[in-house]
Design a protein around this ligand. Structure first.
Ligand code: SF4
Length: 730
């Protein structure tokens, strides 16, 4: 799509009237004002058990696991589920207020608070539920909420877990070498005059039938029989030297050190310069250790030949290290903030990444917008933080993971993959700045960057295959086949009718949430709405000719959830064009659709073009005094709303975020029950089946989250009985 610089759209920043307006938020974010009431990935638990394959767990997953153990399916387990979910919500709220500690500590604290706040009648049952849940809790470790430091905390923990596993495995290998070398020396000593002296022989049987032996005679016989079986002095010296290096090496060592054992080397750094300096300083030690291990193996197998190996090891130095030798050593972790990276530091990052060394670099970005908005250069894979990731991809040897901090839990396998791969890896993580997006919690700041394509998620693995499509993975993005992800959007119009629509979440929605760019969006009162106004994502599809006379807008809400249109100026439109061009480049490289990117199908287009769907009359969110409208529920990458309190108990609904994807309801009637993109069930069409099917699904659902509401067809047979069966699920 072309830009339309001549098009008089919106109002430019700095024109009168812009700064006095209260800041509005994109309407698609309206349901997420209070994240503590929702179930989503955070807080995370950094598992303390280094044996586990999973280094991180989400609180919700842990709670689901506990409930699976203690709560029987159906209504019988409902009391336990309700109580334990209350506990989960309490822990989540504590974490969001900054509480720190292990899961066990926060769990106990939350349980005490809940019990203290309960009334006398419910206390016994609550104590019983929480006591049983606590007994079933098997996971522990620090609790981490989505905050500015969480990317480095999670990366450090993941890297530390792998580091500890590798150190332990290598320590076992080194200990075996030490044991076998010591045995060679011990045997040799036993063949020496000293080893066979009467005193030594007496000490060897000390306390055991000493009087039965003539140690002088025994010593004489042994010495005469094996005088020629001693090791050459040069071999003994070589083995002792290897043992000395193995015993004093600092690359693989337990954290607890003894007086005669130096502390282990540190491998986590806050700057490339320090990491490079440490690596260089340790090169001689690395050479010594590789030499010692190689000599030890040769000696143990009795394959060391002085005529051949002496000269080889005499000349063995840094230049003799093979890439595989270097990869035996622990990886280096460098955690950086993009805003602190000087040009020198950035150059050092690429020097390290291009070196094939096991260097793992985390670059955490707090602000991706300022550069995107003002860049006028040709569209590449990206700018700023994105540019760093795309440059690392261009190196061809580096594992690259770009993601927002909100996605780190679903990407935990990718994080492990990058940390575990033999070569360099770059983790470019966006977590959003509270200075620029103060009205959004950190999790939401990060999630909207992904949702809007401002900071797409991708993984580049140079070892994943020959083609770009195999190496570049975009699957973790919402609806990766589309330009912009489409979100279901409901609101109430002036006539109190509920309206449902599909709305794309775009780069403009992300930028509009940033208070620095509020002036680029002009709020238009309903009386000024006109037929030339079109949603911005539609506008971006038009060519210059088609766009002439059109006015692009996004939907926004005020503090009372009143719905408005925000007309977008050309600066945001231009930035959105650049954003989508970068996204299409990624799609093309990742093998998604054709180039340009695949567009919605005819069917999807027709559905979108139907614009709105008038739903049945039912109680709906309130109109605000200014005539704005209130939006309803949302979808996928953004956390799903529980919104139980907002549900009409007369209407059928599912507590979708609690769905465990057991297939029971979808097997009863796949047109009535369907899965959303998170593979969690919702009621796709309540009129696609009978009330009996709704009630039976509610009874079958193991987590009791299907609420059948009231019968929709008063003539359906057997209603009195069905209404009675539905009562426990209201
Ligand atoms: S809503 Fe359906 S799929 Fe989800 S847990 Fe209940 S029965 Fe299973």
């Amino acid at each position: 799509m072309n830009e339309h610089p001549a098009q008089p759209i919106g109002r430019r920043a700095g024109e009168p009237g812009g700064s006095s307006r209260p800041h509005l938020r994109p309407a698609l974010l309206a349901p997420y004002r209070d994240l503590s009431k929702l179930r989503y990935d955070y807080p995370l638990i950094l598992s303390s058990d280094i044996e586990e394959d999973t280094f991180v767990r989400s609180l919700s997953d842990v709670v689901d696991g506990v409930l699976q153990q203690i709560a029987p399916p159906g209504i019988a387990g409902e009391r336990l589920r309700q109580h334990v979910l209350l506990l989960e919500a309490r822990i989540r709220a504590m974490a969001s207020r900054g509480a720190r500690g292990s899961l066990g500590e926060l769990w106990d604290l939350a349980a005490r608070e809940l019990i203290r706040g309960s009334d006398k009648d419910s206390r016994t049952l609550l104590e019983d539920s929480l006591g049983r849940a606590r007994s079933a809790l098997r996971v522990d470790g620090p609790v981490v909420d989505c905050v500015d430091d969480s990317p480095s905390e999670i990366l450090k923990h993941a890297w530390g877990t792998l580091h500890a596993q590798r150190v332990r495995a290598t320590l076992v290998e080194i200990a075996e070498l030490e044991t076998k070398l010591s045995e060679i020396l011990e045997l040799d000593f036993l063949n020496s005059d000293e080893g066979r002296s009467p005193e030594r022989l007496q000490r060897s049987v000390a306390g055991c039938c000493e009087d039965a032996f003539d140690f002088e005679a025994w010593s004489r016989i042994l010495s005469e029989s094996s005088r020629r079986s001693r090791l050459p002095e040069s071999r003994r010296r070589r083995i002792r030297e290897a043992l000395s290096v193995l015993g004093s090496q600092r690359f693989f060592a337990a954290e607890v050190t003894t007086v005669d054992r130096p502390p282990p080397h540190a491998f986590a750094f806050e700057s490339c310069e320090l990491a490079i300096a440490a690596f260089r300083e340790r090169l001689a030690e690395m050479v010594d250790l590789i030499k010692a291990i190689t000599i030890a193996k040769l000696e143990i197998d009795n394959h060391y030949r002085e005529s051949k190996h002496d000269d080889f090891f005499r000349r063995f130095d840094e230049s003799s290290l093979e890439p595989d030798d270097v990869l035996r050593f622990p990886s280096y972790l460098i955690c950086l903030r993009a805003k602190d990276c000087t040009a020198q530091e950035r150059a050092a990052i690429f020097e390290l990444l291009s070196s094939d060394l096991p260097i793992k670099v985390l670059v955490q970005s707090d602000d991706i917008l300022s550069e995107s908005m003002h860049s006028r250069g040709p569209a590449s894979l990206g700018t700023g933080a994105e540019h760093m990731a795309s440059m690392a991809v261009a190196l061809g040897n580096t594992y690259v993971l770009q993601a927002a901090s909100s996605s780190l839990y679903p990407l935990s396998d990718r994080i492990r993959e990058g940390l575990d791969c033999p070569g360099p890896a770059l983790f470019s993580i966006f977590c959003g700045s509270g200075e620029t997006l103060p009205q959004l919690p950190p999790y939401l700041r990060a999630a909207v960057a992904t949702q809007s394509r401002a900071f797409p998620t991708f993984r580049y693995d140079p070892t994943a295959g020959e083609s770009w499509a195999l190496r570049l993975d975009l699957d973790e993005n919402p609806q990766p086949e589309h330009d912009w992800p489409l979100m279901h959007f409901e609101y109430q119009d002036e006539a109190l009718q509920r309206i449902a629509d599909e709305v794309a979440f775009t780069f403009v929605d992300f930028a509009a949430a940033d208070q620095r760019y509020a002036d680029h969006v002009e709020t238009i009162g309903r009386s000024d709405w006109n037929a030339d106004m079109i949603p911005v994502w539609r506008y971006l599809e038009l060519d210059e000719q088609e766009a002439r006379g059109k006015v692009p807008y996004i939907l926004t809400v005020d503090a009372d959830d009143g719905l408005h249109r925000g007309v977008v100026d050309r600066v945001l439109i231009r930035a959105a064009h650049r954003c989508i061009e970068r996204w299409r480049s990624l799609q093309q490289l990742g093998g998604i659709g054709d180039s340009p990117a695949s567009q919605p199908s005819e069917g999807e287009r027709a559905a979108e073009d139907s614009e709105v769907e008038l739903l049945r009359e039912e109680p709906a969110p309130q109109l605000d005094e200014s005539g704005g409208e209130s939006p309803a529920e949302q979808q996928q990458t953004l956390p799903a709303s529980e919104a139980e309190g907002a549900q009409n108990p007369d209407e059928p609904y599912i507590e979708t975020p609690r769905c465990t994807t057991c297939d029971e309801c979808t097997q009863i009637n796949p047109r009535m029950f369907a899965y959303n993109e998170n593979r969690q069930a919702y009621i796709a069409d309540p009129d696609a089946g009978s009330y009996r099917e709704l009630v039976e699904a509610a009874e079958t659902c193991q987590v009791s989250i299907i609420h059948p509401g009231k019968p929709r067809n008063p003539r359906e047979p057997g209603l009195p009985e069905l209404i009675g069966r539905a009562e426990p699920f209201r």
